[in-house]
Design a protein around this ligand. Structure first.
Ligand SMILES: *[C@@H]1O[C@H](CO)[C@@H](O)[C@H](O)[C@H]1NC(C)=O
Ligand SMILES: *[C@@H]1O[C@H](CO)[C@@H](O)[C@H](O)[C@H]1NC(C)=O
Ligand SMILES: *[C@@H]1O[C@H](CO)[C@@H](O)[C@H](O)[C@H]1NC(C)=O
Length: 413
């Protein structure tokens, strides 16, 4: 699959020219658009003057579909990568001298029919006094949590207490506002651990299983089991670990699902395990959440490996967001490319959550699929490219804008 990409990619200059031309025509018909240096950014979209009235329409507008607009002078730097100690070393692209480390934040997400303004951290602290906010999930949710922390910290005077509420990996209380944010680390949401065959035999042993991981589909990880009764607002995610055959090798160390303490027989594949876990975890949240608690489920964060997967020398060297045609090439399920899992995971999420009215979906996938330029890549400090996490400052700042905008819609309704 990867070896066929170069020839297909050679079409993109032509496609991008076509795209650019048609976008330009559309825009010049409907808006007084001013172009941002089209010679250096043939892929770049246009810069609009900010429309002061359009925020009024955000209560109905779809914030998750739109395009990235090059904005060489972002209205304000959101936080300083050198002063926010919470940024994980490998995500600090500016300090690690990533070529485009400073460019990443110079793109602004423009929903098709309105604007998504950067949220105001000081107003956020003021309006969410006495509130606990929990991020529950894998390292991509930690990435988003750190972004929120850095933005709040950059404007807050007064002390911040560092602690670990109810099983959290890390958490902070902004004491002046009594606002707590915490990150609860869990890869699968459900509890799991190493499993090996019992010498006395058993149902799985009889089927020939020797090693694997036991995943209890009905038991939440202890890192977050109490989070719904503590936090007023929760943001969940899971995904990458379900499509990680290098850890959960289907032959050498398969996921073995248990329910009610007994193995599920016949054994089910990870995709079915994910559905059962989602259904059970959502039940747990609904049963134990605080009165008035607001629950988000964040959609899957895309990876951008090119030329192979993370352990096959795959890289992400792009300096600009992808074009719409390239996004389809990367991610359409039909193409079955290196990063195909993103939309597959989302199918499971949407199916599991469609009848759960208490869960709000935070759809960051579409906007993130464009941002092949925004991963740490070789600046991640690993022995392979990091094309999965995001540079900070960077994309997850925009995820938080989307989170805050959605939160305000819910609170207004
Ligand atoms: C980044 O560049 C600066 C200045 O050239 C250098 O001092 C620093 O060691 C570099 N940092 C990394 C992580 O390579
Ligand atoms: C701080 O906020 C928490 C969570 O809402 C609340 O339970 C607690 O009473 C508040 N503390 C103070 C001193 O107001
Ligand atoms: C998708 O690609 C993977 C790895 O390249 C391959 O193992 C798998 O069989 C493919 N799946 C489909 C449905 O074609």
């Amino acid at each position: 699959m990867a070896t066929t990409q170069p020839s297909k990619l050679s079409l993109f200059p032509l496609l991008s020219l076509l795209c650019f031309t048609s976008i330009f025509l559309l825009l010049s018909l409907s808006k007084r658009a001013s172009l941002s240096s089209p010679s250096t950014h043939p892929s770049a979209r246009t810069v609009f003057p900010p429309k002061p009235d359009s925020s009024l329409r955000t209560t109905t507008c779809d914030l998750s579909h739109g395009s990235w607009i090059h904005d060489p002078n972002p209205r304000s730097a959101r936080y300083d990568s050198s002063s926010c100690k919470e940024i994980f070393k490998g995500w600090n692209c500016v300090r690690n001298n990533k070529t485009n480390g400073l460019e990443i934040s110079k793109w602004r997400w423009k929903p098709n029919d309105c604007d998504l303004p950067p949220f105001d951290p000081l107003v956020f602290l003021e309006t969410h006094r006495d509130t606990n906010i929990g991020f529950v999930g894998d390292s991509l949710n930690r990435n988003m949590f750190v972004s929120l922390f850095c933005m709040l910290k950059s404007v807050s005077s007064g002390d911040v207490k560092k602690w670990r509420p109810v099983g959290a990996d890390r958490g902070f209380t902004f004491l002046r506002f009594n606002l707590t944010i915490a990150y609860h680390r869990t890869n699968l949401l459900a509890r799991y651990g190493r499993w090996s065959a019992n010498a006395n035999g058993g149902e799985l042993e009889a089927l020939g299983f020797k090693e694997g991981y036991r995943v209890d589909v009905d038991v939440p990880d202890s890192s977050w089991a109490k989070a719904p009764s503590f936090h007023d607002i929760l943001i969940f995610n899971t995904g990458h670990w379900w499509w990680a055959p290098s850890k959960f090798d289907p032959l050498k160390s398969p996921m073995l699902f248990f329910e009610g303490g007994r193995p599920i027989l016949p054994p089910v594949p990870p995709a079915d395990g994910l559905d059962r876990v989602l259904s059970n975890m959502v039940n747990h949240v609904e049963k134990t959440k605080r009165p008035g608690g607001i629950i988000f489920f964040r959609t899957q964060s895309p990876r951008h490996f090119e030329g192979g997967d993370w352990n096959q020398g795959g890289t992400c060297q792009r300096l600009q967001p992808l074009l719409p045609g390239e996004v389809e090439e990367f991610f359409s399920v039909r193409n079955n490319g290196t990063n195909v899992e993103v939309r597959l995971v989302n199918q499971h999420l949407y199916n599991s959550l469609k009848s759960r009215r208490g869960f709000h979906i935070l759809d960051i996938t579409g906007m993130s699929e464009y941002r092949a330029d925004a991963h740490p890549s070789t600046a991640g400090g690993k022995n392979h490219d990091d094309c999965m996490h995001w540079c900070l400052p960077g994309l997850t700042d925009t995820w938080n804008d989307l989170f805050v905008a959605n939160l305000h819609r819910i609170k207004v309704l």
